[in-house]
Design a binder for this molecule. Structure first.
Ligand SMILES: C[S@@+](CC[C@H](N)C(=O)[O-])C[C@H]1O[C@@H](n2cnc3c(N)ncnc32)[C@H](O)[C@@H]1O
Length: 262
């Protein structure tokens, strides 16, 4: 897979993209080329998306970087073609990121993007969130366009550490989704549920994000849908929020960054 700057099928970045990405704009342009070229060819994004890659996709994800605490470990749940995970990785080189995606074709594309963009702090993990629940304990879980909030919350909370953060990029209906999911969120122990706008007036770019915090270890351990063993099995030495001795992952490059759970 090659998509050099000279043969990119992506449109040129608009001025606010240059402001948002700053020194990472070159990487962002290469990623846009990969999405508009192989991404469209392989049906990972629709052909119509190529023209609106910047405003609808890359910028929509880039503004979320300001909501990510640092340093941190982060899992992008249902990364698809890398949104928002790859975009966040370009902007947050000190955040250990795992792209979690079940579909083989997408995983291949993600692996290629990580390699071609030289994102050494990013791992790609093939799997469904419900199947790896309890095997990760990331500081932050992001998701965009994966599932309605009530279902997404259950998936995300299976990947995040106690008191960790979930950032769900949503559309204009975010507040209504929160209202509908309120009782499920409460049952799951989610707290500080807020609808926030990421981005600023300076660039005119923004994204609506549902942000909430996972419950502390005690209340999460007591949840009926979450086996106690999964809450207490964490060990030191995992990376990007992965629990020790569970699913395959990359070797630890930053011990101490992932928090002990349980
Ligand atoms: C509509 S796509 C969105 C992809 C990307 N986040 C974006 O915004 O372009 C939904 C993605 O979530 C993945 N997905 C769906 N259910 C999932 C689950 N239970 N666990 C992990 N990923 C899931 C799908 O394979 C798909 O790649």
């Amino acid at each position: 897979m090659t998509a050099g700057a000279g043969d990119s099928l992506a449109p040129d970045p608009p001025p606010q993209a240059r402001t948002l990405f700053g020194p990472a704009i070159g990487l962002a342009e290469r990623y846009a080329g990969l999405l508009a070229g192989p991404g469209v060819e392989r049906g990972l994004i629709g052909p119509a998306e190529a023209a609106r890659l910047w405003d609808r996709h890359l910028i929509n994800c880039a503004v979320v970087a300001e909501l990510v605490p640092r340093p941190a470990t982060l899992i992008d749940l249902g990364s698809g073609a890398g949104l928002p995970g790859i975009v966040l990785a370009m902007l947050l080189p000190d955040v250990e990121i795992t792209l979690l995606e079940p579909m083989a074709r997408r995983v291949v594309f993600l692996d290629e993007c990580v390699r071609e963009l030289g994102l050494g702090h990013v791992a790609v993990h093939r799997g469904r969130a419900e199947d790896v629940a309890g095997q990760f304990a990331a500081d932050v879980v992001t998701a965009r366009a994966v599932a309605p909030l009530d279902r997404l919350a259950g998936l995300a909370l299976g990947l995040v550490r106690p008191d960790g953060l979930v950032l769900a990029i949503k559309g204009a209906g975010a507040a209504q989704e929160v209202a509908r999911a309120r009782s499920v969120l409460r049952q799951l122990g989610a707290r500080d549920v807020q609808v926030v706008t990421a981005g600023d007036g300076e660039t005119g770019a923004g994204a609506t994000v549902v942000r909430f915090t996972a419950g502390p270890a005690r209340s999460r351990a007591d949840r009926p849908d979450r086996p106690r063993t999964a809450r207490t099995a964490a060990g030191n030495g995992r990376v990007a929020g992965q629990r020790q001795g569970t699913a395959p992952g990359r070797p630890n490059r930053r011990s101490g960054s992932a928090k002990r759970a349980g």
